[in-house]
Every structure is written in C-alpha cells, then in structure tokens.
Design a protein around this ligand. Structure first.
Ligand SMILES: [Cu+2]
Ligand SMILES: [Zn+2]
Length: 185
C-alpha cells in the first residue's frame, strides 16, 4: 500500500480521493489471500484454580488445527477435552459431558471408539506450562455440521490424567479450567 506516484497526492483538495485510492489497494491485495476460519477458547480457572491459556483452532484445506497453550498448571499430566455445552458456569459443570456427536464410548484420540472431544492429555512442566497441537479432518469449524463443528462447545482442562478407559469421563478429576470455543471475528 503506497501513495507514491499517485497523481492526486500533490493536490491538497484531493485528500479524500487519495484515501479512497489507498483502500482500493488494500482490497485488491486481499483478494489473493485464501480465507482461513479461526476460533478460540480463552481458558479461565475454576474457583481456587490458577490455570489460564488459549486453545486456538484454524480450519484450512479440509482440516482443523488446534494449538493449545496453558500456564498455571500443577506440574504433571492433565486431561483436556471438548465438552458438549458452550457454558463454563458452575466451575465447568454446566458444560455437561464430553462432546460426543458420533455416540461412541470414551477413549483415546485416534483409536476408535472415542468421543470427538477426547483430545487426550497434556504434561505441564516444572513451571506449570503445557502445550499441544493436533491436526485432524474429524473436525470442522463454522460449517454448522452437528457431527463435526467444534464451534460453541467448551474446552475443558482437568486436574488429573485421562486414563482413556473409565466411562464416560476417563476419570480425569476436577474441572479446573474452561473456555467456550467461539468464532473469531
Ligand atoms: Cu473433560
Ligand atoms: Zn470422552
């Protein structure tokens, strides 16, 4: 974006024309950029907890990529899931059970059967930080497909590890942090 060489730039009375020219340039530049859909869940702590973080989802080329960054965790292994309801009230309990649009048993991601919300475990280091990335074609973002769309569910962080076998929760313990997955503007 540049005004350099614009024929009207030297005319003080043509400031509006120059501004319009600039915005046209911006529009033109953005036409070649492919639209990426994004969503985020801002993780906030339950009562008496300290976990904070961000779960960022990006949809591209028929896949959804999740990038999760957490801090304020107790060092060790913690389950992370997507839960059904977009409501983190009552210390996460309003989010109800794991998001399970395919009506399967609880399990380990990638090894059927498993809930579409069964992301798995993260390990917090000595400073309380944990991260995870996951790319999958089992999720969509913002297409309102009830069986795959991650939007408008709750991202949940638990006190304990997921054992991948206990039904229907993985015995992951207390709900220590939660955020609703919302479409980015
Ligand atoms: Cu959970
Ligand atoms: Zn589950």
């Amino acid at each position: 974006m540049t005004k350099k060489g614009h024929p009207f730039a030297v005319l003080g009375t043509c400031v509006l024309v120059v501004l319009c020219g600039c915005s046209d340039d911006v529009d033109g530049a953005s036409q070649g950029v492919k639209e990426r859909k994004r969503a985020t869940a801002e993780i906030t702590p339950s009562t008496g907890q300290s976990v904070m973080g961000l779960a960022a989802f990006t949809a591209e080329n028929g896949q959804v990529e999740l990038t999760l960054q957490l801090n304020g965790l107790k060092p060790g292994v913690h389950a992370v899931h997507i839960h059904e309801m977009p409501d983190c009230g009552m210390d996460g309990n309003n989010a109800m059970g794991h998001w399970n649009p395919t009506n399967e048993a609880h399990g380990k991601w990638g090894t059927p059967p498993f809930h579409r919300g069964d992301i798995g475990n993260v390990t917090a280091d000595a400073t309380g930080k944990a991260s995870l990335s996951l790319r999958t074609d089992l999720w969509t973002l913002g297409d309102e497909s009830s069986s795959t769309d991650v939007l408008n569910h709750a991202f949940m962080v638990h006190a304990d590890p997921d054992d991948f076998t206990t039904q229907p929760t993985g015995n992951a313990g207390a709900r220590i942090g939660c955020g609703v997955i919302k479409r980015n503007p």
